[in-house]
Design a protein around this ligand. Structure first.
Ligand code: ZN
Length: 390
């Protein structure tokens, strides 16, 4: 392996497990081959940044899309598949590790599909299987909202929400059915008890598609050291989130002081849209978040590297990866603006003493191992017996 960080980066298979870009396809009519605009990921920035594969998160904002969780998920999946078709000279929809390698060998960007938030299946294993048939290869069991079968870390303090103390019986069936289908179980966003329940049920390695270390930044979205060790014991992988609010206590504290003003801006946006008779889009709210985030001094790049470093020290180099959360977050550390900046992360890690072979694992090798193991389990699957009652 080469020693120059830029060469190491481009020689490695680079996989990111989380980008919220599909909403741009669906709501803005923005095409992946277009100029970046307000986003963080495009075909050109992926190429410039040596990003070989992306899991496009199909995420349905539960407040903005009440009553249409499954249909909106199908529309987001369709939007990703359409992009892969429109840009077929430059990208290809992939469903297996082997297809990622083939796409890379052909010089094409590998597009993969993930589902973010178990509310998308609307309590139906038939929907789960339909998403899988269309190419979805992981599902984040919850988003920030607790659904009818799994508790989220995002609303545990909300007394109006019906919680379950982790996974319900049906929630356990969902995990088993994902194991059987060969879909990676994603524990980002879930409550600590849901996390523990998942590890009790799953027969396959799990992922956290976009979570950082709670020992360094005390966000409920981040994983504690015990959880990091549990993922390592399960042979899974934790993909580090690039959001400044999950990486820096100082940034997080500054963001907290803006809460009242930010909520007022949200309320004004919703009122404006009501008067204009148009639907509020996630991108409208994200624009507000970006406005407020820009008022806070950026977290240093070293904060991100600290999280990688911590997870490696606690879980080991075989259990860490990249889960940027591109197009879903309002601020990244200093110097990071888009996928084109990913080589800077490799350079900073190598400056900390990480070797080319460490980087090969972290940038994509670890995720390929887990993806392969989950798929191998599926290869020997029988007919579905899970009915999902209860
Ligand atoms: Zn998320």
């Amino acid at each position: 392996m080469p020693l120059d960080p830029i060469e190491v980066h481009h020689a490695s298979l680079v996989i990111d497990t989380h980008a919220d870009t599909p909403q741009r396809f669906l709501d803005e009519g923005w095409s992946f081959g277009d100029a970046l605009g307000s986003g963080m990921l495009s075909l050109d920035t992926a190429k410039a940044g040596g990003l070989d594969a992306e899991f496009f998160a199909c995420w349905v904002e539960p407040r903005l899309h009440a009553g249409e969780y499954a249909s909106r998920t199908f529309a987001l999946i369709d939007a990703v598949r359409e992009q892969a078709h429109i840009h077929r000279e430059r990208m290809r929809l992939c469903r297996t590790p082997k297809e990622i390698l083939t796409a890379r060998a052909e010089g094409k960007f590998a597009a993969l599909i993930g589902i973010e938030g178990g509310h998308s299946i609307e309590n139906s294993l038939e929907n789960l299987r339909a998403f899988h048939k269309l190419g979805a290869r992981y599902m984040t069991l919850t988003w920030s909202n607790t659904n009818e079968w799994a508790d989220s870390s995002g609303d545990l303090d909300d007394p109006t929400v019906q919680h379950h103390n982790g996974l319900t019986k049906f929630g356990r069936d969902v995990v088993r059915e994902m194991n059987r289908l060969g879909m990676m179980v994603d524990v980002s966003h879930v409550s600590d008890k849901t996390f523990a329940d998942v590890l009790e049920v799953t027969s396959a390695p799990i992922i956290a598609s976009h979570s950082s270390a709670r020992a360094l930044t005390d966000a409920a979205r981040n994983l504690t050291d015990d959880m990091l060790r549990a993922v390592a014991a399960n042979n899974g992988v934790v993909m580090v989130n690039f959001y400044s609010g999950f990486l820096s206590e100082a940034w997080r504290a500054a963001r907290y002081t803006q809460e009242a003003e930010r909520k007022a801006a949200y309320a004004a946006l919703h009122e404006r849209c009501r008067v204009e008779g148009r639907r509020v889009l996630f991108q409208d709210e994200l624009a507000i978040d970006k406005h407020f985030a820009a008022l806070i001094p950026p977290a240093p790049l070293s904060a991100l590297i600290d999280h990688f470093d911590h997870i490696v020290k606690v879980a080991g180099i075989d259990h860490v990866g990249i889960g940027t959360d591109f197009d879903g977050i309002s601020a990244m550390p200093e110097g990071l603006h888009s996928a084109a900046d990913l080589p800077k992360v490799t350079a900073a890690l190598m400056a900390r003493g990480y070797t080319a072979s460490d980087l090969e694992k972290l940038l994509g090798g670890n995720l390929m191992r887990v993806f392969g193991a989950v798929g191998a389990l599926n290869a020997s699957r029988g007919a579905h017996v899970v009915r999902g009652e209860g």
